[in-house]
Design a protein around this ligand. Structure first.
Ligand code: ADP
Ligand code: MG
Length: 391
């Protein structure tokens, strides 16, 4: 049973694998619609576990933990990309699970993911799979300079190395412990966008507008919507591509596809996430339905409606660096929330993480405004107020 059964009404309990901030925002959306919630995460202080009605404190493959989550939940979703597909299969044998194990497994492997893009007629970066020394030796010179990425478990720029030439490539594969990798040609990016779609069990698809994303040190820093500089025809192609990919996967749930827009105007798919996405957090405050509302709807079999962007928005990620003065680990400081909240249209979201660390996602803020210029102006003031680099 991988697709949700007929409508699961409010009052039922919805389960989520993973207790991070995405799970927390799912829990908030589910609770506001009258559902009870259960979270499985080993961390007693996980952001979602702290706010759910039930917190199963176990590992993802712990049989007793999975049994407890199933016993509580009418249907189960996931908030963490790397929940073992085997765990989702176990759950899926007894309860509706969305997205299903097979679709999640594709998203967990860069090589499988790229093969799916190509099969759907969606271009991706020229690349080669490197699992053996022979494959390393046979790499086409045209893939250099490139980026070597571990096929599995990479996130926020972790598990990837920029390589200029063959000796650097060989050294990088060594440094990555010779795990299966994908080497991609380094492309000349004009900017990056992402598209979030939600697909129901009957195959209906709705989408958000494409958002433009700025990464710093491999971590999302700023999301802007509507996406500046994105031609409507290109946006439509990205939306169509994301919908095609979801349909080909038989996907049920919220799916995010990241794209590059190259300097020559080409659209290239980068990677996808089988869950709501950091670049979609603005939907909570700037849309009449958020990505988490749609995750609840796809899981419960509720009707999907196209979300409407009612405000221009800029989202800023709040990393743990902001909790230290000048990045010095010995000088902790509390960001000036009062000054931030004095700005118009600022929505502050903190994830309840007790300990700040550099690079750790502690929260985000979304600025909503009637015009793109106003949203950007206030977001720049918010950035200055918190010590975030201007964009
Ligand atoms: P992660 O899982 O860490 O998000 P990504 O594959 O999305 O990994 O890469 C992180 C960032 O690195 C991208 O958002 C982009 O800025 C840059 N990047 C990744 N692949 C390429 C590429 N082939 N060419 C140029 N830049 C790239
Ligand atoms: Mg990425």
């Amino acid at each position: 049973m991988t697709a949700p059964a007929p409508f699961i009404a409010p009052g039922a309990t919805l389960g989520v694998m993973g207790g991070g901030q995405l799970g927390r925002m799912f829990v908030h959306a589910a609770q506001s619609m009258g559902y009870f919630t259960a979270v499985l995460d080993a961390d007693p202080a996980s952001p979602a576990g702290l706010v759910a009605h039930y917190h199963v404190q176990s590992g993802y493959l712990d049989e007793a933990g999975l049994a407890q989550l199933m016993q509580r939940s009418a249907a189960i979703t996931t908030e963490f990309e790397n929940v073992p597909a085997a765990a989702l299969r176990t759950l899926g044998a007894h309860r509706p699970v969305a997205p299903g194990a097979d679709a999640v497994a594709v998203c967990q492997d860069r090589a499988a993911e790229k093969a799916r893009f190509v099969a759907c007629g969606v271009p991706c970066a020229p690349h080669a799979v490197i699992e053996t020394a022979d494959q390393l030796a046979a790499v086409d010179d045209r893939l250099l300079p490139g980026i070597l990425k571990t096929a599995r478990l990479g996130y926020d720029g972790k598990g990837q190395v920029r390589v200029e030439d063959r000796p650097a490539l060989a050294a990088a594969w060594q440094a990555l412990k010779q795990v299966p990798c994908v080497l991609e040609r380094r492309l000349d990016l004009a900017f990056e966008i992402s598209v979030i779609v939600a697909r129901g069990a009957a195959g209906e698809v709705v989408h958000f507008p494409a958002q433009r994303n700025l990464h710093r040190d491999g971590i999302l820093a700023v999301t802007t919507v509507p996406a500046p500089g994105l031609a409507p025809a290109l946006e439509q192609r990205a939306v169509d591509a994301a919908g095609r990919i979801a349909a080909a996967l038989g996907y049920v749930g919220v799916l995010c596809v990241e794209f590059f827009v190259l300097r020559d105007g080409t659209l290239v798919a980068n990677e996808m996430a089988p869950r709501p996405h950091n670049s979609g957090h603005y939907t909570i405050d700037a849309c009449d339905l958020s990505q988490f509302d749609l995750q609840v709807r796809t899981l419960t079999g509720a009707p999907l409606r196209s979300p409407r962007l009612h405000s221009c928005a800029v989202m800023l990620n709040l990393l743990g660096d902001l909790w230290f003065s000048a990045g010095d680990p010995d000088s902790p400081q509390e960001p000036d929330w009062a000054a931030l909240l004095a700005l118009p249209g600022v929505h502050l979201h903190l994830y309840g993480k007790a300990q700040a660390r550099p690079g750790r996602k502690m929260g985000h803020l979304t600025v909503t405004a009637a015009t793109a210029a106003q949203a950007r102006d206030v977001a720049l003031q918010a950035a200055a107020c918190l010590g975030i680099e201007a964009f």
